[in-house]
Design a protein around this ligand. Structure first.
Ligand SMILES: [Zn+2]
Length: 136
């Protein structure tokens, strides 16, 4: 009986650990959407809306953001995401209704550009938050 309750405890604690990890992941992603400094949670990370390079320092708290540069990590994640969504989407649309090639080109170009400009700062901010937390 004791072994069973011990296993139950381990199983329950694993579920709690997974739930906590999922909550932390979601809260980190939601925080990354704000594009704010991971130290003070107030200053902006990027110079402007279309400049995805981290600032030298946070204007609010002065922490060096340039040291946390994420390099090409965000772009690689984005390439994988677009490759696994745009190509199957175009193939499914082609086999389902065979639209003209120019329509496919326009639609998927717009989807790709919007995804790139929408997700690149979020993914970069997310990686920056993770680096800031684990490199301290
Ligand atoms: Zn700051």
């Amino acid at each position: 009986m004791r072994a069973l309750s011990q296993k139950h405890f381990i199983f329950a604690s694993n579920i709690n650990a997974k739930n906590n990890a999922m909550k932390k992941l979601i809260s980190d992603i939601l925080f990354a959407c704000k594009r704010k400094c991971p130290a003070c949670k107030k200053g902006s990370i990027f110079n402007s809306w279309f400049d995805f390079t981290p600032k030298e320092k946070c204007a609010n708290c002065g922490v060096r953001l340039k040291d946390q540069d994420v390099g090409d990590g965000a772009v690689v994640m984005l390439i994988f995401l677009l490759g696994f969504t745009v190509i199957p989407g175009a193939l499914i649309w082609e086999f389902a209704s065979a639209p003209s090639i120019w329509l496919q080109g326009i639609v998927w170009s717009i989807v790709s550009v919007l995804t790139i400009f929408g997700l690149t700062p979020i993914i970069k901010s997310y990686i920056l938050v993770l680096q800031f937390r684990h490199r301290k």
